[in-house]
Design a protein around this ligand. Structure first.
Ligand code: BLA
Length: 312
């Protein structure tokens, strides 16, 4: 029977090689985002019954064109939740987590948004309860959802410094507790990010559980338009588009963006990107594909410790 085993020397070498490769792998990716989505689903199910989304059938998993990467998709719906969807991308060089939960239009609860991009060296992180309505000018909406959350935001924004300039319109989709940060890959940081994700998700769940159905039809219409505007922004401007197109090609990337990640952009409203963001329209009436006209802004965090907007 022993003749079936390779000579001892070979076994040792193999183990060492495997060990080395494994440690390289762990060094670059001490994070796997699967436990993040598992936490979110378990936590949601403790309060809300989740039903599989009809999207699940079409969008479940996909290999990248080169066969070396994998995209995993999950989607659900529930009472109060139009769509909860998650995308995890794992390749040899990056890990991406894009997890968003869209409430039904009868609720003006913020959109839960976790958007993490990890490569061997760097991490780009957005974690937020994206407000549905203008919180810079509408104090009532801001107080309703964010007043009590400022201490939570402070706790994590002290641990995760502001990520620097970003597309300036994005700030209007962000809340005073947004975690917008970049950091070099480091296991401790992932532990803190996981803690932040759990805390932010738990408070979001509380908001959605407590929320009361809107009966004023004109307010529902406003919520719906805000959801559609958000989808229109992200489907057009998501900085992940380039990466997605490289991984799965233009056609599949477009399908994934419009029908899965930002599903609803074609159904919830008929306004176009130019209607919502007219300043993006160049003289020729063409979308300015090269980033934006307004430019990148906000070198520093534009909210103070009390959650007051201090950008211009
Ligand atoms: C970069 N992603 C960014 C940046 C932001 C976001 C603010 C900084 C660059 C910029 O603003 O120009 C995320 N922006 C958001 C979010 C909202 C917003 C969440 O307005 C919500 C309203 N990102 C993905 C996916 C990939 C990805 C799926 O969501 C990859 C497949 C990658 N994001 C990614 C990369 C960058 C980035 C590669 C850096 C590239 C760049 O700066 O253009």
């Amino acid at each position: 029977q022993s003749s079936l085993l390779p000579p001892l020397k070979t076994v040792t070498t193999f183990t060492r090689d495997w060990g080395r490769r494994r440690s390289t792998c762990i060094q670059s990716f001490s994070v796997s985002y699967h436990k993040f989505v598992e936490f979110a689903l378990d936590e949601t199910r403790r309060h809300i019954h989740l039903n599989p989304s009809p999207l699940q059938e079409k969008f479940s998993s996909m290999n990248s064109k080169d066969g070396k990467g994998m995209l995993s998709m999950l989607s659900f719906e529930a009472t109060k939740i139009r769509l909860l969807r998650s995308l995890i991308i794992e390749t040899e060089t990056m890990q991406v987590f894009d997890f968003t939960v869209f409430p039904e239009a009868e609720y003006d609860v913020p959109i839960f948004c976790a958007n993490f991009f990890t490569s061997a060296k760097t991490n780009i992180v957005v974690l937020d309860l994206n407000p549905l309505h203008d919180i810079i000018n509408q104090h009532e909406y801001k107080d309703k959802y964010f007043k009590s959350l400022i201490p939570l935001g402070l706790k994590y924004t002290q641990l995760f410094p502001w990520g620097g300039k970003l597309t300036s319109e994005s700030i209007k989709f962000f809340s005073p507790i947004v975690i917008w940060t970049k950091f070099t890959s480091n296991p401790q940081k992932y532990d803190i990010l996981y803690a932040a994700f759990r805390d932010y998700y738990k408070v979001w769940l509380e908001l959605i559980c407590k929320s009361v159905k809107e009966t004023d039809e004109s307010q529902v219409v406003l919520n719906l338009e805000a959801q559609h505007r958000y989808l229109t922004w992200r489907v057009e401007k998501d900085p992940g588009q380039g990466v997605l197109k490289k991984l799965i090609g233009d056609t599949l990337a477009k399908d994934l963006l419009r029908n899965f990640l930002f599903n609803g952009v074609e159904e919830l409203g008929s306004k176009t990107f130019y209607d919502y963001f007219p300043h993006y329209c160049t003289q020729e009436g063409m979308l300015n594909k090269k980033g934006n006209i307004v430019g990148k802004s906000f070198e520093n965090r534009p909210w103070d410790a009390r959650g007051e907007f201090i950008g211009e």
